[in-house]
Design a protein around this ligand. Structure first.
Ligand code: GDP
Length: 300
């Protein structure tokens, strides 16, 4: 006998497919119950309670009591989220200064090394002369990984012996970048948050030393955050803002997470620019942040 067909899995959509079931479900009145459900879904996407409430309230403001189709709710929600995100979608600002110095900070595992490799490759492809400094001198594996990325991007990686002072490497890197007329110097840093005051001192020293060469450096301080860590990303911003002058974010691992809501929470709470998003482990998997695409993907 023919096997009984298993019921087909519902298509895996974004947030809203869980609210009303599908695009063909009847219209629903936007009332307090529905708003509450919406809020819960937003919170489940890692948007955090405050931001979820704000988004839901904005949605309610113009549409309470209206009978809305799933499609209409999606459109309204996507518009609301895109509006919040438009203010933070900004590519890495390019300075006329040579070398432009980009300090890259973030906890270990967030994707710093990978992001530096991807950025180096993009700038190189744009005709820029790029140098990388492997400033996490305490992790031999991190230095090796960065060298691999340097080869992939065809960009020199300056290293120092394991355990040596990252600030002196940064100084050497400045000297070398200036001498070779580099357009861009990216400095990797350690991400050991276990010892926050050490890390703070280490970063402060790197900044002090490179400012001897260029009082305006670093021109950007990029904080790399793993989007899959959800609300933890918010805590990391708080911490890194205290230990470094964070100027912008790169959000990694946005491939394969349905929980990118944390980006909305970050934008709402800190307003820091999102310069790029990591969407995979390959060298080309770094995209500009597009608020509309993001909002649509999140809403589903
Ligand atoms: P670091 O310790 O901060 O330097 O982090 P790494 O750059 O070594 O990245 C840690 C892990 O995350 C590695 O396995 C990377 O391949 C992976 N990774 C980094 N960025 C992305 C991304 O955008 N998407 C995915 N799927 N994996 C990523």
């Amino acid at each position: 006998s023919a096997p009984v067909a298993a019921p087909s899995e519902p298509a895996r959509g974004g947030l809203l497919s869980r609210l009303t079931g599908g695009d063909n479900t009847p219209r629903r009145t936007l009332d307090d119950d529905m708003l509450e459900e919406l809020e819960d879904l937003l919170v489940a996407s890692d948007m955090g309670v405050e931001t979820a409430q704000r988004v839901a309230a904005n949605l309610a403001a113009g549409h309470m009591g209206q009978r809305l189709s799933q499609h209409q709710v999606k459109e309204l929600l996507a518009k609301e989220i895109a509006r919040i995100m438009e203010g933070v979608a900004r590519p890495l600002p390019i300075y006329p200064k040579r070398p432009q110095v980009v300090l890259v900070v973030g906890v270990n595992g967030s994707g710093k090394t990978t992001t530096i490799g991807k950025l180096a490759s993009q700038f190189k492809a744009a005709g820029k002369n790029v140098v990388i400094a492997a400033g996490d001198t305490f992790r031999a594996a991190a230095v090796e990984q960065l060298q691999v990325w340097g080869q992939r991007a065809d960009v020199p990686v300056l290293t120092a012996p394991e355990g040596s002072d990252p600030a002196s490497l940064a100084f050497e890197a400045m000297t070398k970048a200036e001498a070779t007329g580099a357009d861009l110097l990216m400095i990797d840093t350690a991400g050991r948050l276990q010892n926050r005051s050490d890390l703070m001192e280490e970063l402060a020293k790197i900044v002090r030393v490179i400012r001897k060469k260029d009082p305006e450096a670093p021109h950007n301080t990029l904080l790399v955050l793993d989007a899959t860590t959800g609300q933890n990303a918010l805590a990391q911003v708080e911490i890194f803002k205290q230990i470094a002058d964070v100027s912008g974010l790169v959000m990694t691992k946005l491939d394969g997470t349905a929980r990118g809501g944390v980006l909305v929470a970050l934008a709402d709470r800190f307003g820091l620019p999102i310069h790029a998003i990591g969407v995979g482990e390959q060298i080309d998997d770094l995209d500009a942040f597009d608020p509309d695409d993001f909002a649509r993907a999140l809403v589903g």
